[in-house]
Ligand binder design. Structure first.
Ligand code: SAH
Length: 346
């Protein structure tokens, strides 16, 4: 197994069979070895700097019905909200003052935010904050919509492929959605010129080592600027309420593997990781991650953007969130920096 990690470190790739062997054969000792190599790679390109992104969850309306997601259409127990353009701009203002130079607009697939409304919002942010990156994370759209947003000033797009395997994808999503369509969106985004982030949930229901191997091969092929992974966490008002959450241990292992596969990729240590373990985000950084994405949404709506149960920071203000992360990162020898934080994986 150690030889496979060495091979990955040298060649940045493995075959499907090798991925499966390594994922299945992982041990705590092997993981420590992996993390030490992953940290070395990460320090080579990004040093001890941590990039921050300010996450603005601007709508929790969603037309989709993903089985794992707390804001799915069928969940009647969620209080739905939308932020206005001015509220979004005010989040950016708060964020800018706190040192954020990337704003991530994330939301459900909400028809209210037509291309026209989105373009207006993007353009307003672009005008007010010319030195900042604007990231969108609003799901599957047509090529032309993506292009329109790009031309209005959006630079980056986050769209996790969720799982590459179409059979597995079908068990996590309604029949109206397909793995192929989602992947096609990612290729379109790349073609238009976005810096693209993809990723998957670790430990989602029915997931096998083979599925994870396929995820790694897909990410290698796509060669994204960012790869966001986090544990699946059940939400009480979804069909997966009784499923087990993904583990800290496997998520960290996958982070280490991603760092060795794409040494220059941006790798967030996610809120979901911090939710399943009090030291999750620190451990993510120590496994090779180099980005954190604290919340900038107004605290009045935080609890309503509940993708999964017990999500972190729902009761904190943006400034508290930012400060506590800074202290946490300092405590393990890393520093949050004020910069756009563009990917070196181009
Ligand atoms: N509507 C956008 C944003 C989705 S929310 C889109 O389609 O991309 C962002 C991410 O949260 C999702 O891509 C998914 O991977 C993750 N997520 C959703 N529900 C989750 C859960 N129960 N546990 C862990 N992660 C979840």
């Amino acid at each position: 197994m150690k030889a496979l990690i060495d091979k990955l470190c040298e060649t940045h790739t493995l075959t499907k069979e090798e991925w499966i062997l390594l994922i299945k054969g992982r041990t705590p000792r092997l993981a420590e070895y992996l993390f030490s190599l992953a940290r070395k790679e990460r320090h080579k390109y990004y040093g001890h700097d941590i990039y921050v992104r300010g996450l603005i969850e601007f709508t929790n309306y969603c037309k989709n019905d993903c089985l794992y997601c707390g804001i799915r259409r069928s969940n009647r127990n969620v209080h739905r909200y939308r932020l206005t353009r001015d509220e979004i701009l005010s989040c950016c203002h708060t964020g800018y003052e706190l040192g954020f130079r990337t704003f991530v607009l994330q939301g459900g697939e909400d028809g209210y935010f037509s291309d026209e409304r989105m373009t207006d919002i993007i353009y307003s942010i672009r005008k007010a904050y010319p030195d900042c990156a604007i990231t969108l994370s609003i799901g599957e759209k047509s090529y032309d919509s993506y292009k329109t947003f790009f031309e209005a000033g959006a630079d980056r797009y986050l769209l996790r492929h969720e799982t590459y395997n179409s059979g597995h994808y079908g068990r996590l999503h309604p029949a109206s959605l397909s793995a192929h369509d989602r992947q096609k969106c990612l290729w379109n985004l790349k073609e238009i010129g976005y810096q693209v982030g993809t990723g998957f949930m670790v430990g989602s229901p029915y997931q096998t080592a083979e599925h994870l191997a396929e995820d790694m091969l897909f990410i290698k092929e796509l060669n994204p600027h960012m790869a966001g992974i986090g544990p699946f966490i059940p939400h009480q008002n979804t069909p997966f309420r009784n499923e087990a959450a993904g583990t800290l241990e496997l998520t960290l292992f996958m982070l280490g593997l991603l760092r060795l596969m794409l040494p220059k990729v941006l790798l967030p240590s996610t809120t979901a990781l911090g939710t399943i373990d009090p030291k999750g985000r620190e451990l993510g950084i120590l496994a090779g991650a180099n980005v954190v994405m604290p919340n900038l949404s107004p605290d009045t709506v935080r609890k309503d953007y509940s993708l999964y149960d017990n999500k972190l920071c729902t009761g904190e203000e943006a400034a508290e969130c930012r400060k506590s992360l800074e202290l946490r990162m300092q405590a393990i020898g890393y520093q949050i920096i004020t910069a756009r934080g563009d990917s070196l994986n181009v």
